[in-house]
Design a protein around this ligand. Structure first.
Ligand SMILES: [Zn+2]
Ligand SMILES: [Zn+2]
Length: 190
């Protein structure tokens, strides 16, 4: 099994592909936590995202459906990163959204740019944590009550700042089991 076969796709939307420092940070943390190499592959244009005319925000769920369809079949997961403000109908906004146990997740930089300007260490740190968090959902993890666990659900930026960038012991065991299962179901015999 080549590493290519099990790489994870990061799909920057709009001019985010130019933020090399942010992307490099997210890639490094994904490699450290999940052990996957990542490929940068812009799959969607910002102009193709559908603006909600009333809320002036973007509904994340349809974007996930598109990503899951258009991402290369050999990709384990796809994580899109966008600058636009995302929402799901029951919430005022979301930092990101993921398909639970599915392939696609998305992350928005919009809310993290509120306090501490983009380009700061704090900004990149928040984004890396939420990237791990959303990918954790695609590996079937639910929210964790441990406030230090990266799977903790945060309602505010200060809560994001307080949690760590890694899984608690329980979540770490669950994600390892899930990764093992997904390798087996690929029919890979090694
Ligand atoms: Zn979550
Ligand atoms: Zn946890």
């Amino acid at each position: 099994m080549g590493s290519k076969q099990h790489s994870l796709v990061i799909s920057p939307i709009g001019d985010l592909h130019a933020d090399g420092e942010l992307l490099e940070r997210v890639r490094r943390e994904i490699r450290e936590v999940f052990g996957y190499e990542t490929d940068l592959l812009p799959l969607i244009d910002e102009k193709d995202l559908c603006l909600d005319p009333v809320r002036k925000q973007y509904h994340s769920t349809p974007i996930l459906e598109t990503l899951a369809i258009i991402c290369p079949p050999e990709a384990v997961k796809v994580l899109a990163i966008t600058k636009v403000d995302l929402f799901i109908p029951i919430l005022t906004h979301v930092y990101g959204e993921a398909q639970l146990g599915g392939r696609a997740c998305i992350l928005s930089t919009y809310r993290f740019a509120e306090r501490g300007s983009p380009g700061t260490e704090a900004f990149r740190c928040r984004l890396a944590k939420e990237a791990i968090h959303e990918l954790g959902h695609t590996f079937n993890l639910r929210h964790c009550r441990d406030a230090a666990c990266v799977m903790h659900y945060c309602r505010s930026i200060s809560e994001v700042d307080r949690k760590s960038n890694h899984f608690c012991r329980t979540c770490a065991v669950l994600v390892e089991d899930e990764m093992r299962r997904s390798l087996q179901s690929d029919g890979v015999g090694f």
